[in-house]
Design a protein around this ligand. Structure first.
Ligand SMILES: NC(=O)c1ccc[n+]([C@@H]2O[C@H](COP(=O)([O-])OP(=O)(O)OC[C@H]3O[C@@H](n4cnc5c(N)ncnc54)[C@H](O)[C@@H]3O)[C@@H](O)[C@H]2O)c1
Length: 358
């Protein structure tokens, strides 16, 4: 049976909330859209752009509207808990942006309410919905690499975007906020296995005075013995050509190897007129790696890419019950715990065992 009477509330009308709202408005089964933002003007602006039916600066009012049947939480990382719990208590399914929260205490509060309400919560790790990684997962499902023995992944971006993210939430460091995507991806590729130990080192010159490191390299050992290297640097020069994430993912198995070059050095544009950065409205580059926008791109009247695939898959799931590959709350907690362990390993210079005891 198809549910054609979906009402969506979007909480947080910034960059990502705006994309989710506009994508929701286009979905054939959505016939009510409500917008909330702590900043009334942001809610009003997005409501006008997306043609929403209702907007407010009061999250609870928006979530509680009887027409709202499901909720997207796109507020900053440290502001996910209250709107998720409110929606779950009202029995409304939730899609929340990654990471589930910035602390294990907050994640456990969410999991407690989820268990109590037997609710439905999915976490938006949109890298899963990037086509190169969907293809990679398909190879893993066929077991083409055999037993995974190791791997490596690293992601680069300009310091301009790092400062922008830290402005939104000082605690949303490149490890907790970005490397988290790659911990999620590797745990998804190695589904059934889990991280048990972390060693890591970091360096700080550019982000002095912040919790963030310029460069972080970690080696994570999984229960199976697989050793995976995770790296992140969001300290590349301000006008480095990436428009989001330039990354690589490599997996080594007993029977095969898979190398995914997602730097986008193969799609280059150079323009004397400048190319606007989708995430930072006042930032331009002359050269850009097309395809490196993390969420995807507007092209010929529609939005395409991982965030679009992910939003549509969730709306289709609400409409038809079709299963999705979104990150589960339990997987999101393991990923959060692993990134926190990476931070601790850098701070202490010690190896950190998982699960964390406190
Ligand atoms: N999947 C992706 O591709 C992707 C990319 C970037 C960011 N994200 C995630 O999306 C989330 C939001 O990031 P963004 O880039 O849209 O941030 P943003 O700063 O552009 O927008 C956040 C909005 O939330 C509002 N807000 C702040 N506190 C609020 C509260 N308590 N209740 C309601 N609204 C509140 C702010 O006023 C702002 O309008 C974060 O969790 C981030 O990690 C995901």
């Amino acid at each position: 049976m198809k549910n054609n009477n979906i009402g969506i509330a979007v909480i947080g009308s910034g960059r990502i909330g705006s994309l989710r709202a506009r994508l929701s408005a286009k979905h054939p089964s959505v016939n009510f859209l409500a917008i909330s933002d702590i900043n009334f003007d942001n809610a009003k602006k997005l409501s006008e752009i997306s043609g929403a039916d209702f907007y407010s600066s009061n999250n609870d009012e928006v979530i509680s509207r009887p027409e709202v049947t499901a909720v997207i939480v796109s507020s900053p990382e440290g502001e996910h808990v209250a709107p998720i719990c409110k929606a779950l208590e009202l029995g409304k399914p939730v899609l929340v942006e990654k990471p589930i929260s910035l602390t294990l205490e907050d994640a456990d509060k969410i999991l407690e309410v989820l268990n109590k309400t037997k609710g439905d919560l999915k976490i938006g790790y949109s890298r899963r919905y990037k086509e190169c990684f969907l293809r990679a997962k398909e190879q893993m499902l066929h077991g083409r690499l055999g037993k995974v023995i190791g791997g490596t992944t690293r992601v680069y971006n300009s310091r301009a975007q790092a400062f922008n993210i830290l402005e939104r939430d000082l605690h949303a460091t490149p490890v907790l906020d970005i490397l988290t995507y790659y911990v999620d991806l590797m745990c998804w590729f190695l589904e059934g296995d889990r991280p048990v130990e972390v060693v890591a080192r970091g360096n700080k010159e550019i982000f002095k005075g912040y919790e963030a490191d310029d460069v972080t390299w970690a080696i994570v050992t999984f229960e199976s013995g697989a050793v995976i290297n995770f790296g992140v640097s969001y300290a590349l020069p301000t006008h480095y050509p990436t428009l989001g994430q330039s990354d690589r993912v490599e997996l080594l198995g007993k029977d095969g190897v898979m190398i995914i070059d997602d730097d986008h050095h193969d799609h280059i544009i150079y323009s004397e007129k400048g190319i606007p950065h989708a995430y930072m409205p006042n930032h331009e580059v002359n050269m850009a790696f097309l395809g490196s926008n993390t969420g995807g791109d507007w092209a010929v009247g529609n939005f395409w890419g991982p965030l679009a695939n992910e939003t549509r898959a969730w709306l289709d799931y609400l409409a038809t019950g079709a299963p999705t590959i979104h990150t589960t709350p339990q997987q999101a907690r393991i990923t959060l715990e692993t990134t926190i362990a990476i931070v601790r390993a850098v701070e202490t210079g010690q190896s950190i065992k998982l699960p964390l005891l406190n």
